[in-house]
Design a protein around this ligand. Sequence first.
Ligand code: 5GP
Ligand code: MG
Length: 173
Amino acid sequence: MRPTPLIRAADLRRRVRHLGAELAREYSARPPIILALMDGAFCFAADLCRAIPLEGVELQFRRAASYRDGTEPGRLELEPLGDLAGEHVLVVDDIIDSGLTLAAVVAAAHAARAESVATCVLLDKPGRRRPGGLPRADHVGFAIPDLFVVGYGLDHQGRWRHLPDVCVLPDPG
Ligand code: 5GP
Ligand code: MG
């Protein structure tokens, strides 16, 4: 089935610009390490970091793969974060769904001795949180209904990441 656009590229661009300005205000006195979760956040993180006009921003990338059974969250594999002592960490992901991924990454960043940890996601499915999941991200691009989306970095079985719009994939299976 073909993906149908939910959020167009022009709207993504506008919202990412606003998020960048919001983050620049918040982090003006303490430039963050942006910890971008691969692979899904690659488009969002690339655009977001260029919308934060601060000196001293650092970018790091870590793979966070949740082995899903269809649309059900599964076991999470997260690359080690290393030592983050004294750092202000901004975790950037494509989407918060059950919240389990971000809860695990935030806990790992605290365990790595980060001074502060905040989260920024492009998309939020607020109706899908699970017990133990992060209740809310600190910065959210768009809240969306409980639909499976692809494009702008998000995939289904490795496909559709390159679509410029966020699209709904009917019956992802
Ligand atoms: P959570 O741990 O919050 O359940 O899920 C976070 C991860 O699940 C995201 O980083 C993303 O990889 C995946 N995910 C959740 N919902 C969707 C969706 O609608 N489409 C795609 N492509 N991935 C999703
Ligand atoms: Mg992901």
